[in-house]
Design a protein. Structure first.
Length: 255
């Protein structure tokens, strides 16, 4: 069933996006497109997927700009078509985001603009682009397509050290609900809100210990533990859930 399934992963060259791509391939997804601002990393990920027998291609774009986001989406589909792909997009997964940390009283205009540009506008642009494409597709078991956005448990907690990031993720929760309502019943849009993930980036920032202390489980999430929920929401087993936000926080949401 998954052999004929196609996913486009935005921000799929590293971190959680890369883990989602890897696990999607291992679960049998036949076609995966990688969109990322890092051209070389995106192509390296596509190559690793091709080594697993997956039809894969990559493209780079600035998702903060509407025209560029559309061009990137079209480019990765064109490159997949060169490999014999039929143009179907079953799932779009939005993982691309920036994670700034700054005291709440020191956030300036540039900080706000950068966070909003990628985390809110970029997610919106990719959703709209995918929706326009999916609406032209035939129904597959009552669904034309699925979208999964990565939000954050920070959207629901006080975070004075990264308030602008938290605010953008709260905005994505809202956008998810609004667009899910707009495109129902045949396109399903949901979000997954993890707490701290022990990605390579988190290790480099030196915040893994902070994440562990904040969790009742005493550790940050493994990327694979979050990816499982993303793939469930974005996979064919999800035929009824839309406009929902799945919190996977290791108990941090109530701590």
């Amino acid at each position: 069933m998954l052999k004929n399934f196609t996913m486009i992963i935005v921000g799929g060259a590293s971190g959680l996006g890369a883990k989602i791509a890897e696990m999607a391939a291992d679960s049998g997804v036949g076609t995966i497109g990688i969109l990322d601002v890092n051209v070389e990393a995106a192509e390296q990920m596509a190559m690793s997927l091709r080594d697993k027998g997956v039809i894969s291609a990559s493209a780079s774009c600035d998702i903060s700009r509407q025209a560029d986001a559309r061009q990137g989406f079209d480019s990765v589909l064109a490159r997949l078509a060169d490999c014999g792909h039929d143009g179907q997009v079953d799932t779009l997964i939005n993982t691309a985001a920036i994670f700034p940390r700054k005291p709440v009283l020191d956030i300036n205009d540039d900080d706000w603009d950068a966070s909003n540009a990628v985390n809110v506008k970029g997610t919106y642009h990719m959703m709209v682009t995918a929706i326009r494409h999916m609406r032209k597709q035939d129904l597959r078991s009552e669904v034309r397509g699925r979208i999964v956005n990565i939000t954050s448990v920070d959207a629901f907690k006080a975070h004075p050290q990264n308030a602008h990031y938290a605010a953008t993720k709260a905005a994505v929760v809202s956008l998810t609900k609004s667009l899910a309502h707009e495109v129902a019943p045949d396109i399903l849009i949901n979000s997954v809100a993890p707490a701290g993930i022990a990605t390579q980036r988190a290790i480099e920032l030196g915040i893994v210990e902070e994440l562990a202390k904040a969790s009742p489980l005493g550790r940050g999430a493994k990327p694979s533990e979050i990816a499982e929920w993303v793939l469930m929401a974005g996979g064919p087993k999800n035929s009824f859930m839309t406009g929902e936000n799945i919190i996977v926080s290791g108990g941090y949401i109530y701590a």
